[in-house]
Ligand binder design. Structure first.
Ligand SMILES: [Zn+2]
Length: 175
């Protein structure tokens, strides 16, 4: 409700701001609750695709975007369980499950959450252990990126022109 454009006087249709020909929001005739700047600032506190930004009952539903990620490696990990399968020619093969794994709470003290795949329920791994490894990989990657970073040699294409003009100006001033 707080993110509904009408709180700052703007009109919206199915979650999309109603704009005039110049692209400015059309203002309704009611008494607004806050100023448009305050409303923008409030909306900016929610990420893109946040369900809190879905405004009103006719707003198209946001699907496929998880509301929040509670555990670091959620949906980054893929289940590597191998299913026995049969190829087209009848030979026995294995197929990797490869579906994203999500975090889920456990009662264990050492591993208060695990990453698991509920649909095949063949794989489960200690959450804190995985997150530590993911953090290490990420830090190593960032370190490497920093070590190999070469700052681009930025030269202004009109530098020569500027020198020429400055010389010309100095010349004229001397006259
Ligand atoms: Zn699986």
């Amino acid at each position: 409700m707080m993110t509904a454009p009408r709180v700052c006087g703007y009109r919206a249709n199915r979650g999309v701001l109603v704009l005039d020909d110049d692209g400015s929001p059309i203002v309704g005739v009611w008494q607004p609750v806050c100023a448009p700047e305050e409303w923008s600032a409030l909306c900016a506190t929610f990420g893109d695709g946040s369900t809190y930004l879905a405004r009103g009952s006719c707003t198209p539903r946001i699907t496929g975007i998880p509301k929040t990620i509670k555990y670091l490696s959620s949906s980054l990990l893929r289940c590597q369980y191998r299913f026995p399968d049969e190829a087209a020619d009848g030979t026995q093969v294995t197929r990797v499950c490869n579906t994203p794994m999500g975090g889920s709470k456990t009662s264990s003290k050492r591993s208060p959450y695990v990453y698991t795949r509920t649909t095949c329920s063949r794989n489960s791994i200690s959450g804190p252990m995985v997150d530590e490894q993911v953090q290490r990989l990420l830090m190593a990657k960032l370190k490497q990126a920093q070590a190999t970073f070469i700052s681009p040699d930025i030269t202004w294409p009109k530098a020569v022109q500027l020198t020429q003009r400055a010389d010309k100006l100095a010349e004229l001033e001397q006259q």
